[in-house]
Design a protein around this ligand. Sequence first.
Ligand SMILES: [Zn+2]
Length: 135
Amino acid sequence: MPPRLSTAWYRRPLAWVLVSGVLLVLGAYYWLDPAQYRIFPICLLHHYTGLQCPGCGGQRAVHQLLHGDLLAAWHQNALLVLALPVVLWLGLRQAALRWAGWQWPVVFNRPGWWWIFAVLTVGYGLVRNLPQTGG
Ligand SMILES: [Zn+2]
């Protein structure tokens, strides 16, 4: 079935605000390295305990991804690198549904997916805080 365009998305002010906000944030993460600039939010768990939460390194990983360095991003936050295609898919799908009325296939509509995501997130948070051996 061809895509059905309801009201053109670009005629909606909220769409422009969201697109502008996303581009602004991506620009900040592209031009400013979160490892060097203190304008980015910090992780309170890491700040107060020294432990790494599942999201720690995510901002540095985004910076590396925007510069095309997948390996450096992987070393900063592997979970983010693995989850990003899924998150992008869900975001694009939601945007297409909301603003263009496109019916994309539903892939992650079962609760089992969310359980898998929760277990992966908690497991990643635990594993990355295990004591390092060797070396
Ligand atoms: Zn953290």
